[in-house]
Design a protein around this ligand. Structure first.
Ligand code: SF4
Length: 221
């Protein structure tokens, strides 16, 4: 039943919104960098920071490893929290050099669970960022969860109030076929639905999921 509902949600969202073409990026490293820059900001701001890095020739592991922190902070300023994100990018790239010779391609040989643990061990990389890197940069079948996912799942009574990140990830991964392209699109569609309709104050009228059973009578947000 849950599985059927999850597939139905996907289909309704896809029919309404179409493909979201996530995650834009020319290389795996650019996507990894984007995942860190995207924390607590919108994509337009991330794009400006990425453009600055690219135009300066800094969108490579080697260049980001060598760049001075102050200079990096200035380049990524448009993404907000730029001092914190500078440290996080440096932590990430240092890990890449300390363990994988600074080569994103070397990550491909590592099992997903191990890689996830390692990513979560990097200061400033949380579950959503780690899973975004695994799915969108490395093509691993991991379902990315965010606040929109939680809100929609809760309001459609697919999960209990207070469910944590791992419970939400488990909800999707255990009820859907593991498929990278499908997980990629599904997460992007949930974000679109969350931004356009399932906000803190829901706009159910006109939402593609309006016909499905849902409740707004939940104290959660
Ligand atoms: S806005 Fe309403 S119908 Fe749309 S996803 Fe949220 S609760 Fe469901």
């Amino acid at each position: 039943m849950t599985s059927e509902t999850l597939y139905e949600i996907y289909q309704l969202l896809y029919d309404a919104f179409g493909s979201q073409h996530w995650w834009p990026g020319e290389t795996a490293f650019e996507i990894m960098t984007g995942a860190i820059l995207a924390q607590n900001t919108n994509w337009n701001n991330v794009e400006k920071a990425i453009a600055n890095l690219k135009s300066g020739g800094y969108m490579t592991p080697d260049a980001l490893h060598r760049i001075d922190n102050l200079q990096l902070a200035e380049l990524i300023r448009p993404a907000g929290y730029y001092n914190i994100k500078t440290k996080r990018l440096k932590n990430f790239v240092n890990w890449l050099f300390d363990n994988y010779s600074g080569e994103p391609a070397n990550l491909q040989n590592i099992y997903t669970d191990q890689l996830r643990e390692e990513l979560l061990g990097i200061k400033g990389i949380g579950r959503e960022t780690a899973d975004s890197i695994l799915l969108y940069a490395l093509g691993r079948p991991v379902f990315v969860v965010d606040a929109y996912t939680a809100r929609i799942a809760l309001r459609h009574e697919l999960i209990e109030p207070g469910a944590d990140y791992e419970q939400l990830r488990e909800l999707f991964e255990s009820n859907l076929t593991e498929d990278v392209a499908f997980f990629n699109e599904y997460h992007a569609l949930l974000v679109k639905a969350g931004k356009d309709f399932c906000r803190t104050k829901a706009r159910c009228s006109g939402c593609p999921l309006e016909e499905l059973p849902h409740t707004l009578d939940i104290e959660y947000f």
